[in-house]
Design a protein around this ligand. Structure first.
Ligand code: FES
Length: 79
């Protein structure tokens, strides 16, 4: 599974740094380093009020406070 998180300027203002950090922690806590690849990406042209990311080319937007719930639903449940 490949997760690309936008680190463009609007997403940065929406908390992309916190989102990236929490994703990294969750991947480690769940020992998913072999199954989940995390990377940053520049503006995806979808700037809004949350941080844009893609999981295997599907688009999502999450706020830093939603990451844990999102990870459970869209990552853990789909591996
Ligand atoms: S800065 Fe992230 S989509 Fe534009």
């Amino acid at each position: 599974m490949k997760i690309l998180i936008c680190v463009g300027s609007t997403c940065h203002l929406c908390g992309s740094k916190r989102v990236v950090t929490r994703f990294q922690e969750l991947v480690e806590e769940n020992n998913l380093q072999d199954q989940v690849e995390l990377a940053g990406k520049f503006c995806m042209g979808k700037c809004g009020e949350a941080v844009n990311l893609t999981i295997d080319d599907e688009n999502y937007a999450v706020t830093p406070d939603e990451v844990d719930e999102f990870f459970k639903r869209e990552v853990l449940a789909k591996l």
